[in-house]
Design a protein around this ligand. Sequence first.
Ligand SMILES: [Zn+2]
Length: 256
Amino acid sequence: MSPSDSKRKNPTENIGLVLYEEVGGNCPKCTKPLMSKGKNKKTKLYEIAHIYPNSPHPHEITLLENEERLSDDVDSEDNLIALCRDCHKIFDNPRTIEGYQEMVSIKKELQRISKLKRSWFENSIDAELNDIISDLAKYTGEEQFEELSLEAIKVDVKADDTLSGLLKLKIKTNVRYFYSEIKSKFAELDKATPYTSDSIYCQVKAYNVQLKKAGLNQTQMFSALKDWINNRASCKNTEVAEILVSFFVQNCEVYS
Ligand SMILES: [Zn+2]
């Protein structure tokens, strides 16, 4: 086999890898792990399913004629999903409108998440934010920070119906206890290197606009910004990332 022949075979394998990665290694229907982990051997337990069937029976064509198609090409990655064998069998036999619609919405959510992950790489955050992250991570609960008055908290004005009540409460609490402290830490960074805070604020604002443009609602945006900080900055602490996103809501980079 010439090297170009072996290259031609690769896309199928690569698409399998991409689809396995897309579902995070678990069946998106039943959460069963899609790779068995033997001592020295891993066995693939997934199958690649066509969401719209690749050679539909006449009754399936009629059944799905008014349904949304994720791609004109049935073999496109957009029309494929990794499933465990059992869920694949149930999905295909018999095909139902409900089953089809459910699989379309599962795939769309997976695509939305993959797109977000790819956007982390394109949107960096200056390393100086790590100074603030490591200070916040040291918080013991004993420190007395200057609290922000309830009247000064802006989230109620900025929130729309898509921001969940519980999340709004969390943002308020974070802003109340941590806003002034973080603001003064940014001021310290600016003393060492002027415009550090402006640079980070601009990066957050730019990513916020991208998420807005992609159609995310406010609850989804909070979660996407938190994941971005967790993964793009050196922040392994979810609570710290949430405190920072809350800070950026109050500081007008987010939801503005
Ligand atoms: Zn399954």
